[in-house]
Ligand binder design. Structure first.
Ligand SMILES: [Fe+2]
Length: 351
């Protein structure tokens, strides 16, 4: 890949950790890149997102995003306006954002009034006019205990249950817990690329049946360690009885990235029911075969959050999960989340 000024930033899946320097003609911006893991991610060093960045610089960062799928910026001091501006630099669906019907439907009470794209996520503290959001103390672990459920981790893509899932998502950490709270990221491009040609052809033919309430969650799910668990308690606690939350529809499993042509796999533990035409047991075997290698420690990126870390990632190419939820269940935690609505329909890999 080369940028306008001809500098090379070829950071393929096999690149070893190294630093590349980027300079843009006519612009003072200069930044370096440090790959984070074999499969995905890059730390962008030397870019301050505060106050916005030029469209030229954003275009360069998008090029990097297309090959590494996750950008980490450390030590940022951002307002919701900065987060909003950076994320809207990616292709998006302005109408959907304005409608509050797709991604902005979630966390309605905790959206920054002037920048509804930004949802405030918090636990173990009260918000006193945090960028216009005020709320009584909310404690996720207490709420879960009350509901009789244990807080579990699960691998997922954000809003993969939507017909047009967000292409890009960001998380900005303002107050990290003292204990645990790391996030794991795994590339489903990597998962696809590790398959044999025959397996690729097979996977290209699969359709996912997403269905609630009887999805994988609660019956069995992939833990962060890569093992499968059965948890009937979780099942009884998390099954959603509201009919409005019930759904069933199919999606392609293998999808094509419109920017690079790369193929990736669409997956959300909470909504996956089975592959069309296959039993749940057969479906589980396929998921294990295809996704377990991708979430092996040597292929994942584990991010240990520091306050001021801003991460944006390709939501249709990466699955992610929280870790060790019991470790920080009673601690204060505060971060911002952006799900960027997309106009880009899913493209089946076989198309
Ligand atoms: Fe998520």
């Amino acid at each position: 890949m080369s940028t306008e000024n001809g500098c090379s930033c070829a950071l393929g899946l096999s690149s070893r950790p190294s630093t590349s320097h980027h300079k843009s003609a006519g612009q003072e911006a200069s930044f370096s890149l440090r790959p984070l893991s074999g499969d995905l991610g890059v730390e962008v060093i030397g870019v301050d997102l505060k106050g916005g960045i030029s469209s030229e610089l954003h275009a360069q960062l998008q090029e990097v995003m297309h090959t590494r799928d996750l950008l980490l910026f450390r030590g940022q001091d951002l307002t919701p306006k900065d987060e909003d501006a950076f994320m809207r630099g990616f292709p998006h669906n302005e109408e959907a954002i304005a409608s509050d019907k797709l991604s902005n439907f979630y966390f309605k009470d905790w959206r920054v009034p002037d920048h509804k794209l930004v949802a405030v996520q918090f636990s173990g503290l009260r918000l006193d006019n945090h960028f216009g959001v005020t709320s009584e103390e909310f404690n996720l672990s207490a709420k879960n205990r009350q509901a009789g459920i244990s807080f579990k981790t699960l691998w997922h893509m954000d809003l993969a249950q939507n017909q047009v899932p967000p292409e890009w998502v960001s998380l900005y950490m303002l107050q990290k817990p003292q204990n645990g709270g790391d996030t794991l990221f795994a590339s489903t491009v990597g998962a696809y690329e590790r398959l044999t040609p025959d397996q690729k052809t097979f996977v290209d033919s699969l359709e996912v049946v997403n269905r609630r309430p009887d999805s994988f969650e609660g019956t069995f799910q992939i833990e962060e360690t890569g093992t499968w668990t059965d948890d009937p308690v979780q099942a009884s606690g998390r099954v959603d009885s509201e009919s409005s939350r019930r759904f069933e529809y199919t999606q392609p499993f293998a999808i094509r990235d419109p920017y690079t042509g790369q193929k990736s796999l669409l997956y959300h533990t909470r909504f996956f029911h089975c592959f069309k035409g296959y039993s749940r047991a057969e479906s589980r075997t396929i998921i294990e075969e295809v996704l377990l290698p991708a979430i092996a420690p040597e292929h994942t990126y584990r991010h240990e959050w520091q306050n001021g870390d801003f991460i944006a990632w390709s939501n249709r190419k990466i699955i992610h999960t929280s870790t060790d939820p019991e470790k920080y269940a009673d601690e204060a935690r505060l971060f911002h989340l952006v799900f960027l609505d997309s106009k880009q329909p899913l493209i089946p890999a076989r198309a």
